[in-house]
Design a protein around this ligand. Structure first.
Ligand code: NAP
Ligand code: MG
Length: 486
């Protein structure tokens, strides 16, 4: 069993005040399955107060945020990054127990969160509009302005990282934020916003309304007074959120996951590729939007690759987060049951588990563990090749040539990431151009998170870009000013 936590706060943060909600929600430790604490259960009334506070703060009616220059915002963000780094151990511990992910991965997430604030802090005063040549008696410029109140709905798989990705960019651009973290994991987020307060962020600039998607999330996405909405989660919820936002013509950024392929050609450096093929699917127990969940391998080397991969999968061990094994548990009982049902259906359809990992200790029965699996003999078009399974499950397909590899890579409705393993320069570029996805990695995968690299999907993976400078721009809009000077 995980120890009960007295910390962090079981309240919502609204206009700089910690507000007690009617009722709370239990928080489980997925490594053990026991309740460790509670969080606030915000409803429409709290969401409305949070949006009002964010509006007031944006317009200068609460605190002095509206008068902060870009440079001052940047300096604050960089200072906050330093504060996150100083609180690293506590934050990583919370992330580890709350999500169940191995401690080293939780540590990496907290470092990435700090890096987002440092990156966007440095970028804040380097973002500007343009002047445009027009008629000779005009001077025309574009002003790059913040939207105003940004609503952000984030998932449970990477709470601290996605908090950094969304909040740092929105604040750097001068917006204010109302954030709805996920019911299943938001303890690091609650500590982060407390830390932001301690670091002197004016009241109302960053508001957090923990609660259920169907309550706080629905109220936030349908709120008439938000100016922008960023959502990360499933395509089904993304559609619902988009529809709610459309009611008030609120622009949205949608990050909706993927079914990303890694393509391995006969000329690939297999020693380099193999660790990425494994890590790409077991990271965070496969609960990663950019997981490399499909392996496409060329016929000539298929036996060799599968043999070497099977050896690695067999050696993979699942354990509680703090044991820092290869894989932690899934986030909750529902996700585990859903995945197990899919795996059973796959087995009934003749799909073969070529190799699988193991759970380190028999007594880990309370945790939501599903061991990593390597699946082969999959009929074309099968569910396990089309749907995000959100577990450590790698689905293998064999291809003959480049044309077939490309067709298979593009054979889902998703398009978030792709990995290409080949030494052939022409093929690298042909495939990079041909693959439908927001990111393409050549002879690597994931590029270590790459907070500097624009990220986002096509098709059912969503639209809009986060991360990098592109992410910062997407939290601003352009105003054109045309001055007739005669
Ligand atoms: P989800 O429903 O998409 O949840 C994402 C966020 O949206 C959470 O904060 C959730 O709140 C909130 N939400 C839920 N219903 C809402 C509504 N009607 N209006 C506004 N916000 C709402 O995802 P999930 O149910 O946790 O997971 C289901 C599947 O989604 C997974 O199996 C996986 O395939 C996919 N997923 C993908 C990603 C990704 O990064 N691509 C992340 C998470 C999940 P609560 O959770 O607090 O209710
Ligand atoms: Mg949890």
């Amino acid at each position: 069993m995980a120890e009960p936590l007295e910390y962090p706060r079981k309240q919502a943060l609204i206009g700089g005040d910690w507000v007690t909600t009617q009722g709370t929600l239990d928080v489980e430790a997925p490594s053990y399955g026991n309740v460790i604490t509670q969080i606030a259960r915000s409803q429409a009334a709290e969401v409305d107060s949070a949006v009002q506070a964010a509006r007031l703060a944006f317009e200068g009616g609460m605190g002095d945020w509206a008068s902060w220059t870009a440079r001052r915002r940047g300096e604050w963000l960089i200072g906050f990054a330093t504060a996150i780094e100083a609180d690293h151990d506590r934050l990583a511990g919370l992330e580890c127990v709350d999500t169940g992910k191995p401690l080293t991965q939780a540590r990496g997430d907290i470092s990435a969160c700090a890096r987002y604030f440092r990156f966007y802090g440095g970028a804040a005063d380097k973002l500007h509009g343009e002047t445009i040549p027009f008629e000779s008696d005009f001077a025309v410029m574009t002003l790059r302005e913040p939207y105003g109140v940004c609503a952000q709905i984030i998932p449970w798989n990477y709470p601290a990282q996605i908090f950094g990705r969304c909040v740092a960019a929105a604040l750097a651009a001068g917006n204010t934020v109302v954030l709805k973290p996920a019911e299943d994991a938001c303890l690091s987020v609650l500590r982060l916003v407390e830390l932001a307060q301690e670091q002197g962020l004016p009241p109302g600039v960053l508001n957090v309304v923990p609660g259920l998607g169907s309550e706080a999330g629905a109220a936030l996405s349908g709120h008439p007074d938000i100016d922008h909405l960023s959502f990360t989660g499933s395509p089904v919820t993304g559609t619902r959120v988009t529809q709610a936002a459309a009611e008030h013509h609120v622009p949205v950024t949608m990050e909706l996951g993927g079914k990303s392929p890694q393509l391995v050609f006969a000329d690939a450096d297999l020693d380099a590729a193999l660790p990425f093929l494994v890590q790409g699917i077991i990271q965070n127990a496969g609960q990663t939007c950019s997981a490399g969940s499909r392996l496409l391998v060329q016929r000539e080397i298929a036996d060799q690759v599968l043999e070497r991969l099977a050896e690695r999968f067999t050696a993979l061990r699942c354990d509680v987060g703090e044991a820092d094994a290869d894989c932690g548990p899934l986030i909750n009982a529902r996700q585990k049951a859903k995945l197990e049902a899919r795996l059973e259906a796959a087995a009934n359809d003749g799909i073969r588990t070529l190799a699988q990992g193991c759970v380190a200790e028999a007594e880990l029965a309370g945790g939501y563990f599903v061991v990593p699996r390597l699946l082969t003999d999959i009929p074309a078009g099968h569910d396990v090749l089309q749907e995000e399974l959100f577990g450590p499950i790698l689905a293998v397909q064999v291809f003959e040539d480049e044309a077939e590899a490309l067709a298979l890579a593009n054979s889902t409705d998703f398009g978030l990431c792709a990995g290409i393993w080949t030494r052939d320069g022409g093929r690298q570029l042909r495939l990079a151009k041909g693959i439908r996805s927001g990111q393409v990695f050549i002879n690597n995968y994931g590029a270590a998170g790459g907070i500097e690299l624009p990220f986002g999907g096509v098709g059912r993976s969503g639209h809009g870009r986060e991360k990098g400078f592109e992410g910062l721009r997407s939290y601003t809009r352009i105003k054109t000013v045309a001055l007739h000077h005669g």
